[in-house]
Ligand binder design. Structure first.
Ligand SMILES: [Zn+2]
Length: 337
């Protein structure tokens, strides 16, 4: 039995059904008081207008998809650079909503518990949750409310994971349009950072501290192994047939474009910079921005299912390995006993 299945409540019987609807908004982002809602793992809960969906979980895994929505309510004007503080990307990450739901289902089937899942159903023309509030909602009240719900649900999931498991893993799911067909794993380290060799990457604590996996490693010297070594997420995805950067094969993006992680990855992971957006700096939940290429991953239902299944296996192994590596430094993903 894997470490992850050990932490799942054995009383679970619901297998991935997420069709029920309850009009329950998330608590305010900074609430630390008693829970208002008794969330049931596998059940869906929606923000006030149905723009944001939260599928409650009981595993130490949180998935979010902010760029795969389709809703274009006329009550929210389109985002434009003029209205959004000078910048507004409005292209959707095609099929990432569907793919994230399949990833969730595959995790349920493999690990026997539910990940926490947060989805924006709004088209990116209306809301971009992976930006700060000004650029995300562009001054529209309904979009601002959806943004607060989206991040409020993730805040709530992080708090739940920390309380139930001590540690956790957050994955913000996206799709890139870059020509090179490989996964891009954004740990908040930029292309020039990753171009450094391992010695240079560990010579200055700044990279370790800034990374979205900071508290998964206990010293800067361990950063390269978790980023692109044999135990890295990229290595495991490659073993399952999905090329990734960084990884042992592609330790850095080279001259290719690369997404290093955005607002959500800063706010909801253990980077030392999380405090900038009201997150938990040096916190117990680490993570990554997963940018999926289109061909072979997002393009067909068959490929999405294949990738979802691989993700469940990859996460099981990645998080279990992390536990084993950190056993002497403190528990990782282990339940409080
Ligand atoms: Zn995106």
């Amino acid at each position: 039995m894997s470490v992850l299945t050990l932490v799942v409540a054995s009383s679970l019987t619901v297998a991935g059904s997420s069709c029920s609807t309850s009009a329950v908004g998330p608590p305010p982002a900074d609430t630390t008081g008693p829970e208002q809602v008794d969330y049931v793992p596998g059940e869906s809960y929606y923000g006030e207008h149905g723009y944001v969906e939260y599928i409650a979980g009981n595993l130490p895994i949180i998935l979010s998809a902010g760029h795969g929505g389709h809703l274009m309510p006329s009550a929210i004007p389109d985002r434009t650079a003029d209205r959004c503080g000078g910048s507004a990307t409005t292209v959707t990450d095609r099929n990432t909503r569907e793919m994230t739901l399949m990833m969730s289902q595959a995790i349920v089937e493999r690990l026997g518990g539910h990940p926490h899942v947060v989805i924006s159903h709004l088209h990116r023309r209306k809301l971009d949750p992976n930006r700060d509030l000004v650029e995300a909602a562009c001054g529209n009240g309904l979009a601002e409310q959806a943004w607060r719900e989206y991040h409020g649900f993730i805040d709530r999931a992080r708090a739940d994971v920390a309380e139930a498991h001590g540690r956790g893993w957050y994955m913000d799911v996206h799709g890139h349009g870059h020509p090179y067909q490989r996964l891009e794993l954004g740990y908040l380290l930029r292309r020039p950072d990753l171009a450094l060799d391992d010695d240079a990457l560990t010579a200055d604590d700044v990279f370790w501290r800034r990374s979205s996996i900071q508290t998964m490693v206990t010293a800067a010297t361990q950063l390269p192994a978790l980023l692109r070594g044999e135990t890295s997420l990229g290595a495991l995805y490659e073993e399952h047939g999905f090329p990734a950067v960084p990884s042992p094969t592609y330790p850095d993006p080279g001259d290719e474009p690369f997404f290093s992680g955005g607002y959500s990855t800063v706010r909801h992971t253990c980077t030392a910079n999380a405090y900038l957006y009201g997150g938990h700096a040096d916190g117990p939940v680490c993570g990554v921005q997963l940018e999926a290429n289109f061909h072979g991953v997002r393009d067909t239902e068959e490929n999405r299912a294949r990738f979802a299944s691989a993700t469940a296996a990859v996460l099981e192994e990645f998080l279990a390995r992390a536990v084993m590596e950190l056993e002497t430094a403190g528990s990782y993903l282990m339940p409080h006993q």
